[in-house]
Write a protein that binds this ligand. Structure first.
Ligand code: ZN
Length: 446
């Protein structure tokens, strides 16, 4: 059952977006993803800047430019890549392969080319995938200077022997790497870090679904900050994350919890991948939320491949950062090909992903420990207006929740631990704690 059901959420939550306010959030995320989809992104260049400019229409993103050549741990910020046009023309002057029709037709980071060549000479520069004969594959060559075109197997097989005109009007030159960062101050300076990659061209699930969802979630957090401060980073995969870590190493001690998010729009089941630690609070909370979202959903263990958890969970940092996706990387047939288009992503799936992220962040914020201030026997709840049932029957879940919270609040157990032991939804336990705190029977432990 999706977490978007208001009944399941139990109560209206203070300080965080709730589903009643976000009934059409899936459609909004889909709309934003559709706007971002046509842009030709890469790890640097105009595509990333144009993307972040659209994100900035929704949230107060700080834009950082890091010059090419900057040393970042074992890596170097590469030259900036930009592209205006590319094609392969047949002798009749027809563009048989055309970057203007699909930006996946050019291998990302292709060096400029202007040449006439035979099909035989051209073949080594053509990339196609026999396993997916109708799809244009996504290929990159960031760190080895090369050029190439990508096309469907079917089209590659149908090319006639001829002299072709081959043009890639690109530029690879010193510039900068761009990333965006949103910081929303909470009641404390302890941080929740949310990381999403922004480097893929026209691919919908991987990765405009993640960019769009992160953007609208950031707007909701900014409108209603919680206990933690929230830092959201929109950066190119791998090199962007490495660059961000190199520039922010002194601040990492403030991060209490984190999530890498992406691939959140396909119809596959939600997947939570644990942090390297495996037992961080974010692992406990995300596992609770994802498993509560239905039997199909998966929790998988850490492995050192994937997205930016590869850097954030590297041994020199070992941050408490897990990953939320639907189908994981390489986990669906359209992955990294033109098949990953706007038909693959779905507003209902985006909404469920959004609600899951919102609930994880809400619980991370609200999962505090309390102390029972009247621990000798049960305090009399009726005279404080908290005991709702009439004697002899009709005990409500909230009545039980009040008793569980009083019994278990020893100053060490957190609300989530109590919810799990009681078998009562977190939000009900949370509401019970807030009610007991209001009448002076419970105190928050800091
Ligand atoms: Zn990818």
């Amino acid at each position: 059952m999706p977490t978007s059901s208001p009944r399941r959420r139990g109560v209206r939550l203070p300080g965080r977006p709730v589903s009643a306010q976000t009934t059409d959030i899936g459609a909004k995320i889909y709309g934003l993803a559709s706007r971002l989809y046509p842009i030709c992104r890469s790890i640097t260049g105009k595509g990333v800047r144009d993307t972040l400019a659209i994100v900035r229409e929704h949230i107060e993103l700080a834009i950082h430019e890091v010059p090419s050549g900057t040393a970042v741990f074992d890596w170097t910020v590469p030259d900036e890549w930009n592209i205006r046009d590319a094609y392969i023309k047949d002798p009749e002057g027809r563009r048989v392969v055309d970057f203007q029709r699909h930006n996946l037709h050019v291998m990302s980071y292709s060096t400029p080319v202007r040449a006439r060549m035979s099909l035989e000479q051209l073949r080594p520069y053509l990339h196609h995938d026999p396993a997916r004969p109708d799809a244009i594959p996504y290929r990159t060559s960031y760190y080895r200077r090369n050029w190439g075109f990508c096309l469907s197997q079917r089209q590659a097989d149908s090319l006639a022997e001829a002299q072709y005109e081959v043009v890639i009007d690109s530029e690879l030159a010193p510039g900068s790497l761009t990333y965006g960062e949103l910081y929303v101050a909470g009641r404390t300076d302890r941080e929740i870090l949310i990381f999403t990659h922004v480097c893929h061209p026209s691919l919908a699930n991987d990765n405009v679904s993640g960019i769009a969802l992160a953007t609208l979630f950031g707007a909701a957090v900014a409108a209603a900050p919680g206990r933690h401060s929230v830092r959201m980073v929109f950066a190119p995969g791998t090199i962007g994350c490495i660059t961000w870590l190199a520039q922010n190493e002194q601040r990492l001690g403030k991060i209490d919890h984190g999530l890498v998010i992406g691939l959140l729009g396909d119809r596959g089941p939600l997947t939570y991948k644990r942090s390297q630690r495996g037992d961080a609070p974010v692992d406990r909370v995300a596992q609770y939320v994802v498993q509560g979202a239905g039997a199909k959903h998966r929790v998988i263990d850490f492995h050192p491949y994937g997205y930016d958890e590869r850097q954030l969970c590297s041994p020199g940092f070992n941050l408490p950062v897990g990953r939320l996706t639907r189908s994981p990387n390489e986990g669906y047939p359209e992955y990294h090909s033109s098949g990953d288009d706007l038909n693959l992503i779905d507003p209902a799936a985006l909404r469920e992903s959004y609600d899951t992220l919102a609930r994880i962040v809400h619980i991370l914020d609200a999962d505090e420990a309390y102390r029972n201030l009247s621990p000798k026997c049960e305090p009399q709840l009726g005279k404080r207006g908290l005991y709702r049932s009439t004697g002899g029957g009709g005990r409500t879940e909230m009545d039980d929740a009040l008793l569980w919270v009083l019994n278990q609040s020893d100053g060490a157990r957190s609300l989530l631990q109590i919810a799990q032991r009681a078998g009562i939804g977190f939000e009900i336990i949370e509401q019970a704690a807030l009610d007991l705190e209001r009448v002076g029977l419970l105190a928050r432990v800091h």
